[in-house]
Design a protein around this ligand. Structure first.
Ligand SMILES: [Zn+2]
Length: 159
């Protein structure tokens, strides 16, 4: 008999999403918390966007008096995503990095390409139905939705 998944795939414990949680997961993985690595993590948790390595490099250098090498930023992003500390999306234009690593969905703006995180709750019974149909216990899911803005983005909302 198939049983419904006990844990909701959309559940995201706060620690998983907190900067402190990321620092702790680095320590658990044996990753040294260098100044540069901390700056990369702090920027991702502050921005909460999906950014290219170049965006991240430029934003860090715009806020820091002391400049940080591009190679250092790129290497830190690679290491952090390899250890599952940060999210990495493969897009046609290159990789994008973000702060969340729990299962979540994305809404992509067809006008700007901006990617927004979404927590989607599926109707009760849908996962059970999918499990019954496929013979798999569903442990996580992500949806990729594409949408066009209902309002002209160049005009202020609610005039
Ligand atoms: Zn995301």
């Amino acid at each position: 008999m198939l049983t419904p998944a006990a844990a909701s795939p959309t559940a995201h414990p706060n620690l998983q999403q907190s900067l402190q949680g990321a620092v702790e997961r680095c320590a658990a993985a044996g990753l040294r918390m260098s100044h540069q690595r901390r700056l990369v993590l702090e920027l991702l948790w502050k921005e909460r966007e999906h950014l290219s390595a170049r965006d991240i490099f430029e934003k860090i250098n715009a806020q820091e008096k002391r400049s940080i090498g591009q190679a250092s930023v790129y290497q830190n992003l690679e290491t952090l995503q390899k250890f599952g500390i940060i999210e990495c999306l493969e897009r046609s234009g290159g990789r994008l990095y973000s702060y969340r690593t729990d299962a979540h969905s994305h809404l992509i703006c067809s006008a700007t390409g901006r990617i927004q995180d979404l927590d989607v709750q599926l109707p009760d019974g849908l996962l059970v139905e999918i499990e019954a149909r496929t013979g798999y216990r569903i442990t996580s899911f992500t949806m990729q939705l594409v949408g066009e803005p209902l309002q002209d983005l160049s005009k202020p909302a609610n005039p």
